[in-house]
Design a binder for this molecule. Structure first.
Ligand SMILES: [Zn+2]
Length: 111
């Protein structure tokens, strides 16, 4: 059984690669690639590579539909993560002393 989806890249069928060539002499076409559904990109691991044959096709899709994608979850204000900042004196490989800034997350019990 062959389990696949067609690549969602809007220009996938326009890339000049041999693996996209289909048809008989005189009526050849470039065809959208199939994206094989494997244990690496389906089920628990469903991700962008479940629907795109390449990073390029994903980028083409994202750039074409960025307004629609952002409309799904618009960011209207900045998010913030509570942190603790500490400064410590440290010594590098050459023996020079410098100040190291350490950022750690604040454990707010899941709040
Ligand atoms: Zn593609």
């Amino acid at each position: 059984m062959s389990n696949f989806v067609w690549c969602h890249g809007p220009s996938c069928h326009k890339s000049h690669t041999q693996d996209r060539i289909r048809g008989v002499k005189g009526s050849k076409v470039l065809r959208t690639r199939k994206v094989k559904q494997t244990h690496w990109n389906s089920g628990e691991r469903y991700n962008m590579y479940s629907n795109f044959c390449s990073q390029g096709c994903y980028n083409d899709f994202a750039n074409k539909y960025v307004r629609e994608v952002i409309a799904i979850a618009p960011r209207t204000e900045a998010l913030e993560t509570p942190i603790n900042v500490t400064k410590e004196q440290a010594t590098n490989w050459a023996g020079n002393i410098y100040t190291e800034t350490k950022i750690t997350a604040v454990d707010n019990n899941g709040g």
